[in-house]
Design a protein around this ligand. Structure first.
Ligand code: GH3
Ligand code: MG
Ligand code: MG
Length: 735
């Protein structure tokens, strides 16, 4: 019987079914009372008393749990009393009811504490010994005390041993429960069929289910999401079949939220008393998995970005390349296979820059990051300038620092910088030309243009070709640079090339024949064109027989524009000069031009001693002519006379309009007589039958311009006085 109770109690730990333990008491009494009628006579009233007591106690025991919990000791003692009454009613020591006392002793040993046990054993001792002492023979034979003592001892030993074993078992079970509760990961214990026998608190808080909801469940468990039941079930079964294993599974909480878990399965082989069990731990790895996913996505995205960049990337550790992007391969011409795994000096480090690159690397190692502008090498050996940066990545667990390096090919930027610098030089030179041109006399401006052309194109010579008054091209300004060519260009070739550029407005070049010596000249002809057409040609010659440098051509184009401005200015200047010295009506030099020329001629005659005559002419009765034919006709007469007279005079003579209807003629090389002859000729050529009077003065040593003019004027006055249309030679007073 005790074995049955024990089996019940062990089973109950795993299977909380209806508690059959409570049936043990009524069953015992039923058995005890059933055997009352067997054998000799019974004391009926005493048996009835025992039956009433047993019935009342059993009823209370079955219905009042408090009795079982709080009054277990009293119940046991009452049971001992009922057994003593039954024993007495059935005939005392010979009745055979004595061993029943083991029942309450066992019950207290199983469910009570030590005090209750020893009190029950004391009650048993009293119940068995007292009748022998108090009542005695024949009911209680003197020899029965031996059986009583053995029973009391047996009860004590069995009770104590059972209670000790149970206490140990309970302590073990309590420890087991505490351990399970202390485990941070979820734990569930199932039988081999998967029925959940035990869960811990951590599993409940991970899954959101209560222990009551989980216990007794069989697969698929409510924590397995519908879409994953088959795969999780398969993994679970194969882990059990293998005797243990680990797998990751997406689970769901009671509220449907996902939980990612690592499930470790261990199979506990059964013992003689225990069925085999499956112990599974459920580790919530939702957060680490989410982090892992995020990092992977981040890494994929980063890798995609790096792969798509124009900038070269390489990741290095301990001086060796771990990874490169396609841009670096394109940039350096090395394949990925050639680069990944390569160690310092890296394949794209040129030998001449090793020291510089090692220094940059050292700086990065010391400070964690750095940048430098370095020369790199392509697979074909060519070099390119690169911007290099390096940054230490967050340290790896093994402590070896990893660096992310970027390389940008700055060839184009460098070229642009050089071009910009050159452009700035050119602009500075052009600005200097512009300044010089705006300040200088036109002739100086030409020289300045040639000077800058020489300087900026490293030429052997520079010249500006312009058409002369006769239309023939000639170099107006020519400057020589260095080095001089061994064989110069033929003058005719140069003139033809300049003429071509002038005629077409297109730049051209000329060259000494191809079999010429090495340093034969070649030249560039840049037309100097302004709005009004092509004014001239800027010519630059080099001594090296090659092509005109590309940069030089652009400089020459700018210079030609500048020269065009200079030439236009020169022309405007000349025109102004001409206007200042010209009479608008007749086109003759005016009084100012004559005075200037007279000074020059006087200087010459003083030096040479050659003769010089000056005549002043005044139309006769011109007022009357005006009055008679009108002012415009008077103008026409003035212009006509100027033209007719000019035609008669020599190139070296100078006819000027002195003012009104008065003219001056300067006649170098003429004596007073010669001058009078010229006057007669001119008078004969005066249009419309008109005449003039003239006063002539010849240069005499020491004469000034004013003196000479005054003398001629005096002579004119005399001619008018003498009746007009005649010539009077001034007679020097000294003569
Ligand atoms: P004389 O023989 O004494 O020189 O008499 P004249 O009339 O020629 O001399 P006068 O000094 O009395 O008159 C000069 C005239 O010439 C007066 C003026 O109207 C005229 N004259 C001066 N300049 C011009 C000009 O540019 N065009 C015209 N049509 N007439 C002019
Ligand atoms: Mg006059
Ligand atoms: Mg007159």
């Amino acid at each position: 019987m005790p074995i049955v109770v024990l089996a019940f109690s062990t089973a109950s730990k795993r299977r909380p079914t209806a508690d059959l333990r409570h049936l043990a008491l009524p069953a015992m009494w039923a058995l005890a009372f059933a055997f009352l009628g067997v054998g000799g006579a019974i004391d009926v009233p005493e048996a009835i008393l025992a039956g009433v007591l047993a019935g009342a106690h059993t009823l209370a025991w079955m219905t009042l749990p408090v009795l079982r919990r709080r009054f277990l000791g009293a119940s046991a003692i009452l049971t001992v009393v009922v057994i003593a009454l039954l024993r007495d009613a059935a005939g005392g020591s010979a009745s055979g009811y004595g061993p029943l006392v083991l029942w309450p002793v066992l019950a207290v040993a199983l469910y009570g504490d030590r005090g209750q046990l020893w009190r029950t054993i004391a009650a048993v001792a009293v119940a068995l010994v007292a009748p022998t002492v108090l009542i005695g023979s024949p009911h209680y034979a003197p020899g029965s005390w031996r059986l009583s003592v053995f029973l009391i001892l047996s009860a004590a030993v069995v009770g104590a041993v059972v209670q000790e074993l149970l206490l140990r078992e309970r302590r073990g079970a309590a420890k087991h429960v505490r351990l399970l509760g202390a485990i941070g990961d979820g734990v569930l214990v199932t039988d081999l069929g998967g029925r959940i026998l035990e869960v811990n608190q951590a599993l409940c808080s991970t899954t959101g289910f209560t222990a009551g909801e989980l216990l007794g469940q069989v697969p698929p468990y409510p924590t397995w999401p519908a879409g994953h039941r088959a795969t999780i079930g398969a993994a679970y079964r194969s882990a059990i079949a293998a005797g243990g294993g680990e797998f990751e599974a997406p689970l769901q909480r009671r509220d449907g939220t996902p939980v990612h878990a690592v499930i470790r399965v261990a199979v506990e082989p059964g013992t003689a008393h225990d069925a085999p069990a499956v112990i599974a731990t459920v580790k919530d790895v939702t957060e680490p998995v989410r982090l892992r996913e995020t990092i992977r996505e981040e890494r994929d995205r980063t890798a995609a970005v790096i792969a798509g960049m124009d900038e070269g990337f390489c990741v290095t550790r301990d001086g060796a390349i771990l990874d490169v992007n396609p841009a670096l391969c394109r940039m350096t011409g090395f394949s990925r296979e050639q680069l990944v795994g390569a160690a310092t000096p890296l394949p794209f480090w040129p030998p001449e820059a090793l020291a510089e690159l090692e220094a940059a690397r050292e700086q990065v190692r010391a400070t964690g990051s750095g940048s430098a502008e370095v020369t790199f090498m392509r697979a074909d050996g060519s070099r390119f300038p690169g911007d290099f940066t390096s940054t230490r990545l967050p340290s790896d667990p093994d402590g070896s620092p990893t660096f992310l390096n970027t390389i940008r090919d700055v060839t184009e930027r460098k070229a642009a910088e050089r071009a910009a610098a050159r452009r700035a030089d050119e602009l500075a030179a052009i600005a200097a030309v512009t300044r010089a041109v705006s300040r200088a006399e036109p002739a100086e401006a030409r020289a300045k243009v040639c000077e800058v052309a020489l300087e900026m194109t490293a030429a052997a010579s520079a010249a500006i070709w312009e058409p002369g008054p006769g239309g023939d091209l000639r170099p107006v300004c020519m400057l020589a640079g260095s080095p001089e060519p061994d064989q110069a260009l033929d003058e005719a070739i140069r003139e033809a090339a300049a003429a071509g550029a002038l005629a077409t407005g297109e730049a051209g070049r000329a060259q000494v024949a191809s079999d010429a010596p090495r340093r034969a000249a070649h030249a560039w002809y840049q037309p100097i064109a302004a709005a009004g057409g092509v004014h001239g040609v800027l010519e630059v010659q080099w001594a090296d027989g090659g092509e005109a440098p590309r940069d030089a051509v652009s400089v020459l184009e700018l210079l030609a524009d500048e020269a065009a401005i200079a030439l236009a200015r020169a022309e405007a200047h000349d025109e102004l000069e001409r206007l200042v010295r010209t009479d608008a009506l007749t086109g003759l030099p005016n009084r100012r031009a004559l005075e200037e020329r007279l000074e020059g001629e006087l200087a010459t005659v003083r030096r040479t001693g050659l003769p010089l005559a000056l005549a002043v002419l005044d139309l006769d009765h011109f007022k009357a002519y005006n009055d008679a034919y009108g002012h415009p006709a008077g103008d026409a007469l003035l212009a006509g006379a100027a033209e007719a007279w000019s035609a008669r005079l020599r190139e070296t003579d100078l006819l000027a309009r002195w003012g009104g209807e008065e003219f001056c003629v300067l006649l170098p090389g003429c004596s007073a007589e010669d001058a009078v002859a010229v006057m007669r000729d001119l008078r004969a050529r005066t249009p419309n039958g008109q005449s003039f009077s003239a006063g002539v003065a010849a240069y005499a040593a020491g004469e000034t311009a004013d003196g000479l003019l005054q003398a001629a004027d005096d002579a004119l006055y005399e001619a008018k006085r003498r009746g007009r249309a005649c010539d009077v030679v001034h007679a020097p007073t000294t003569a």
